[in-house]
Design a protein around this ligand. Structure first.
Ligand SMILES: CC(C)(COP(=O)(O)OP(=O)(O)OC[C@H]1O[C@@H](n2cnc3c(N)ncnc32)[C@H](O)[C@@H]1OP(=O)(O)O)[C@@H](O)C(=O)NCCC(=O)NCCS
Length: 185
């Protein structure tokens, strides 16, 4: 697994994403553009990558980044494994390593968006198997009958917030009694 990004990754990413058969040509181009953006801007791009290699060949990868204006929430933008290598635990390995990397960067929650189409059922099952929960489903987001399903996983528990008393409290009652008793004097 490597974090460094090489020029050759632009082609590797497009090749893997295309081979999955899950994505449109526009999405395939976009996946490569994210790598190009990183090569130009580095971490300023907001994207980070993890590549899984076998015998010098990229067989899977993940692209993730911190979501701006949030308290260390991260988006997993892409995860894909070469179809010839799927179902062997490589996706799990990439996702676990990505989460570990996000944790080390101080990340607290991870969000993933995917489609509700039947074609993406294995992908949704993959996320559920990895401890993700469905946080929201935006109806007809991508197209009619094609919802956006938002998964999340908490990496760091929320800090305890001290409960403040709500409703009428005793001091108010005591004050009232004090006022009426003064009136009686
Ligand atoms: C989703 C994807 C990354 C998973 O990678 P993978 O290497 O095939 O997955 P793994 O072999 O590591 O499986 C990990 C877990 O998911 C579960 N899983 C994977 N595919 C599944 C399927 N088709 N049905 C049910 N569960 C599945 C496995 O049971 C496994 O659980 P376990 O570890 O508890 O046994 C890969 O299938 C892929 O590239 N899909 C196409 C692209 C895509 O949809 N990307 C995500 C959208 S950006």
């Amino acid at each position: 697994m490597r974090k460094e990004v090489f020029l050759s990754d632009v082609a590797s990413v497009r090749s893997i994403v295309r081979a999955t058969g899950f994505f449109t040509e526009e999405e395939i181009q976009m996946a490569g553009e994210l790598v190009e953006t990183y090569l130009q801007q580095g971490e300023q791009s907001g994207y980070r990558f993890l590549f899984l290699e076998e015998e010098g060949r990229v067989v899977g990868y993940a692209c993730f980044g911190e979501i701006s204006c949030t308290n260390h929430r991260y988006d997993l933008y892409w995860i894909a494994v070469d179809p010839k290598e799927q179902g062997k635990g490589l996706g799990r390995k990439i996702l676990e390593e990505t989460e570990s990397e996000i944790r080390s960067l101080g990340g607290q929650k991870v969000y993933i968006e995917t489609s509700s189409r039947p074609r993406y059922l294995p992908t949704r099952q993959f996320y559920l198997a990895r401890g993700y929960v469905v946080d929201a489903q935006l109806k007809d987001f991508y197209n009619w009958g094609d919802d956006k399903v938002i998964f999340s996983r908490t990496l760091m528990e929320a800090p305890r917030i001290e409960e403040k008393p709500v409703g009428r409290t005793r001091p108010t009652k005591i004050r009232k009694v004090a006022v009426s008793s003064r009136k009686g004097i």
